[in-house]
Design a protein around this ligand. Structure first.
Ligand SMILES: NC(=O)c1ccc[n+]([C@@H]2O[C@H](COP(=O)([O-])OP(=O)(O)OC[C@H]3O[C@@H](n4cnc5c(N)ncnc54)[C@H](O)[C@@H]3O)[C@@H](O)[C@H]2O)c1
Length: 282
């Protein structure tokens, strides 16, 4: 029987997750607040599948079949028969808790309730449901069709069965999983990048090295595909500053305190690629 996935949130991440699941043969429902939002999601998926087909990575037939497996909807009730639901709405604890409260009422027994949050503790989301054992973090990376990692995050009450089912799901989508045993602030990947970026910004701020040379050091010295400052520009200077501050707030570990330069760049609107200026100009 074809397995059913509902993705809640048809933005950048939700549409990417819907796409790779449909390509893996899942029957997908893509839910957002209105038709305009689901329409944008579907248009993005069509464009992405089209690019793969043009490059010859997949056949046009497979691209069409994947698109046909995705049903857009604005009705959350569509999640009633889903085997797994992945939530990818805005990174707001209030919005996410509202979604999970509703899913808890709608979803069938045995469904896996997953969140794509980058940083919100899974336990805080699971606590609004009557089935915290079925709630898990499935942290995919952007762009989802290209990036191979999925960080599986346990909340305090996530069961082994839920973790195993979410791993099987992510692997079917072609991802390699790492397991985060406790939902600490920033999980594993955001902690690592926050620590690296904070130290990198301090070295640049103190005049020890230029941004360009620091990135060269990481690329040629450590084999990183991109230096941490170019990565910050791509992700958003504000996003990284916010992530570092959240980890600092939860851990009180000074190594995560956002350096002054990072804070001033946010204040000045130098947010990276999206504003045309960050550590580099675009
Ligand atoms: N962007 C990234 O690089 C990235 C990477 C990893 C994880 N994440 C996480 O993934 C999640 C989604 O991020 P994104 O970048 O796709 O955001 P986005 O802003 O592109 O999309 C969010 C979508 O959620 C929709 N939405 C809001 N409330 C909703 C509701 N109640 N029901 C249905 N849809 C609703 C919005 O209309 C929007 O289309 C966030 O938790 C984010 O932290 C993002």
């Amino acid at each position: 029987m074809t397995k059913k996935l509902t993705v809640v949130g048809a933005g950048l991440m939700g549409s990417g997750i819907a796409q790779v699941a449909a390509q893996a043969g899942w029957d997908v429902t893509l839910r957002d607040l209105d038709e305009a939002a689901t329409g944008r999601g579907i248009a993005g998926i069509r464009a992405s599948l089209g690019k793969f087909a043009t490059k010859g990575t997949i056949s046009q037939e497979d691209a069409d079949a994947a698109l046909a497996r995705i049903t857009p909807t604005s009705d959350l009730e569509a999640a009633a028969d889903a085997d797994i639901v992945v939530e990818a709405v805005f990174e707001s604890i209030d919005v996410k808790r509202d979604v999970f409260k509703a899913l808890d009422k709608i979803c069938k027994d045995g469904a896996i309730l997953a969140t794509n949050t980058s940083a919100i503790p899974i336990t805080q989301i699971a606590a609004v449901t009557a089935r915290p054992e079925a709630v898990v973090g499935t942290h995919f990376f952007s762009p989802v069709p290209m990036m191979k990692l999925c960080e599986l995050v346990r909340g305090l009450k996530t069961s082994d069965a839920t973790l195993d089912a979410s791993r099987t799901f992510a692997e079917e989508l072609g991802k390699t999983c790492i397991v985060v045993n406790r939902d600490v602030a920033g999980f594993v990947t955001t902690r690592l990048i926050a620590a690296l970026v904070v130290e990198a910004v301090k070295l640049v701020e103190n005049g020890v090295v230029s941004a360009e040379d620091l990135d060269i050091a990481c690329r040629l010295g450590f084999g990183h595909a991109m230096g941490p400052l170019a990565t910050t520009d791509l992700t958003g200077v504000d996003i990284l500053a916010h992530a570092a501050r959240n980890i600092y707030t939860e851990t009180a570990d000074p190594k995560f305190f956002p350096p002054e330069l990072l804070q001033r760049m946010v204040a000045a609107g130098d947010l990276g690629r999206k504003t045309g200026k960050g550590f580099y100009s675009y």
